[in-house]
Design a protein around this ligand. Structure first.
Ligand SMILES: C[S@@+](CC[C@H](N)C(=O)[O-])C[C@H]1O[C@@H](n2cnc3c(N)ncnc32)[C@H](O)[C@@H]1O
Length: 209
């Protein structure tokens, strides 16, 4: 996701108490902080549409957004500035450090919604479904936990299916055209709606340990 560097981003992010500045100090306590029994984490929240919409649709669950790009994170958080955020928090950092932020088995659901595809082979390790990331997620998911992935990028989806399989995950749901049917339970971000408008199929899979 390309966003020009935003001048006001750093100062704005500094002032937002929805951002957890030292996420490792929260490991094991996220459910308390979010007043919930079910913890959802979206990795790569981009401009925040999915994280915001889902946290409003499911207020009984906790929703943690993670975004490494400061300007993009600022755009996301501007959308919920001055709003109550009992059940949501945000981490502005690279998810490669995720295992420092959550305790083992603390997360119920990880969402990978339209992750960057990184098409060049040499960038494969940056894909959020690369084996290195899947092995981090595995430790933090509880025994019934799941990873839900949606993308319009067929190559990324094919790559991910094999990575999940190689790392011993079980695929419990798969769709090669998720929006063919109505899914009111799942928010459509601006990002997704652009792909839908082009007529691109949306691929979706759910994986469990
Ligand atoms: C296409 S956008 C996501 C769109 C958003 N999830 C939605 O559904 O509207 C992908 C985002 O993932 C972020 N990202 C990629 N790798 C990341 C990482 N390792 N840690 C945190 N964020 C990452 C990028 O900076 C980018 O903003």
């Amino acid at each position: 996701m390309r966003v020009r560097k935003i001048k006001w981003a750093e100062e704005f992010l500094e002032s937002q108490d929805v951002i957890i500045k030292d996420p490792s100090s929260m490991a094991g306590h996220w459910k308390e902080i979010c007043h919930c029994d079910e913890l959802h984490v979206e990795i790569g929240s981009g401009k925040g549409d999915y994280w915001i919409a889902m946290s409003q649709m499911y207020p009984q669950c906790g929703w943690i957004g993670i975004e490494k790009n400061h300007s993009v994170a600022a755009v996301a958080l501007k959308k919920v500035e001055n709003q109550m955020h009992d059940n949501r928090r945000f981490i502005v950092d690279d998810a490669k450090n995720i295992s420092e932020w959550f305790a083992e088995k603390e997360i119920d659901v990880i969402h990978l919604n339209f992750s960057d595809p990184w098409p060049k082979k040499r960038n494969g390790k940056r894909r959020l479904t690369h084996a290195n990331f899947l092995n981090l997620y595995k430790k933090m998911l509880n025994d019934d936990g799941k990873i839900i992935m949606k993308t319009d990028n067929r190559k990324l989806f094919e790559f991910s299916i094999l990575e999940f399989q190689d790392q011993g995950f079980r695929c419990s749901e798969i769709s090669l055209n998720f929006r063919e049917e109505e899914h009111p339970e799942d928010a459509i971000s601006e990002y997704e709606s652009k792909f839908m408008a082009k007529g691109n199929p949306i691929y979706r899979g759910v994986w469990q340990i």
